[in-house]
Design a protein around this ligand. Sequence first.
Ligand code: AMP
Length: 170
Amino acid sequence: MDLKSLIRDVPDFPKPGIVFKDITTLLNHAEGFRYCIDSMAEKVADLNVDYIVGMESRGFIFGTPLAYKMGVGFVPVRKPGKLPAHTHSIEYALEYGSDRLEIHQDAFHPGSRVLVIDDLIATGGTAAATAQLIEQTGSSLVGFGFIIELTFLEGRKNLPHVPIVSLLEY
Ligand code: AMP
């Protein structure tokens, strides 16, 4: 399965100079989407994961079917003010300004092994912030999985030293 052929490049979105990796053309391809989830499940199988964490909102799209396939729970990391119960919160830097992510304080059983899933790693800022949130809960981050890695941005240098799986490199 040539997954790269199912990712659409959209130049100058959302602003000039950015080549946006559009995953909707992968999602609407039944075989491609299934292959993508099955491949990720195989590559992370030996991490003995208890939970998948996905970041709003494209992390939900890949994280939930992966959790279903692996038979583990799914935990959403969300933008501020969306989660109803007590949260941990982390502020992180963007190119211009900053943003905030939240997780439920009681999302995991104590001592759980947690895998973070997102569609794409660029600078690694979002994934690094999510790692800090998991640390706040007291659970163990055991790996990251991304469908797409923009290797020229060297985002993995900003992540903690755990296994990092990416299906497609650019
Ligand atoms: P970063 O925090 O820089 O690693 O950015 C990661 C987040 O931004 C991911 O959740 C992506 O969905 C989104 N993102 C960043 N760059 C791109 C891109 N070139 N194409 C599509 N999504 C992107």
